[in-house]
Design a protein around this ligand. Sequence first.
Ligand SMILES: [Zn+2]
Length: 191
Amino acid sequence: MLNKEIEVLGQIIAKGKGVQLNLDIAKLHTPIKIQVPIIVERGKKEGPTLLVTGGIHGNEINGIEIVRQLISKEYNKPELGMVICIPVVNVFGFLDQARQFPDGRDLNRVFPGSPRGSLASRFAYHIIKEIAPLVDYCIDYHTGGDSRFIVPQVRIGKHDIASLELAKVFSPSFIIKSARREKSLWETFIS
Ligand SMILES: [Zn+2]
């Protein structure tokens, strides 16, 4: 992305700078606003933007820790381009130790969302409106949860040659050419 000036959630991100932003579009059942931290780091040179997300399902905590460690070890500070990390997308579910949003909806089945939909739908809408237009690549971490066991794998689109080459970089045991999951973050990004 060859933008000279990049704005995320209304804040200009200068080259070589980083910032922590908060997406605060919803409240708990009390008046307390939920803040979803978004950590942005921009390299000194122009380049693509990578989005790294964990915890779209609030009880899948391994990905949350992976993104947290990426930030802690400063792997998210690129030489070029920009890295946007959202360690816990579904803060609501994470607090509840639940997969879903408090409205019972699975966030990863309501994209691209709606400004007047359910809580999950409105949240998805803001992610797509505010963050997605900036993004060239996305790594979205999922893990097993509840009684689900998932073998470590990288999932890519069936006919996505570029993602196949990128997936190989991780040297995973399996690369799954997966069908689109309707109304997922992934489907919304590639469509
Ligand atoms: Zn998941």
